[in-house]
Each structure stands twice: as structure tokens, then as C-alpha cells.
Design a protein around this ligand. Structure first.
Ligand SMILES: [Zn+2]
Length: 57
């Protein structure tokens, strides 16, 4: 499956066995995306925040 990077407009390859919440990275600009599986099996990407060890505060 393929999705498009919203920043650099390049194609991001998404594994066909990708699961909800899986992280994929744009190889071109390095933006990290989280996989969302829609009804019907199509895939969309939402920009993911870098995971930070920030509990509370
Ligand atoms: Zn990109």
C-alpha cells in the first residue's frame, strides 16, 4: 500500500500487513506517521508525535 507524505508529497510505502497504530517514516523528510486503518481496509496516515518520556506535569 502507498500513502502520500503531506509535507514533501512523496510516496510512503506502507506494509500490506500494517496494523493500526504502526509507525511509518517518510524516507525523504523523516516525518513520522501513524497508520490508521479505515473501514474497508484503506490506509491513512496521521502525523505522529515523537514519543517522549513525559508523564504528567
Ligand atoms: Zn516526506
Amino acid at each position: 500500500m502507498e500513502a502520500r507524505c503531506s509535507y514533501c508529497d512523496c510516496i510512503i510505502q506502507v506494509p500490506s500487513d500494517a496494523v493500526e497504530g504502526e509507525l511509518v517514516k517518510c524516507m525523504d523528510c523523516g516525518t513520522l506517521y501513524e497508520v490508521r486503518i479505515c473501514n474497508g481496509g484503506s490506509v491513512t496516515l496521521t502525523e505522529a508525535e515523537e514519543v517522549e518520556e513525559d508523564w504528567g506535569e
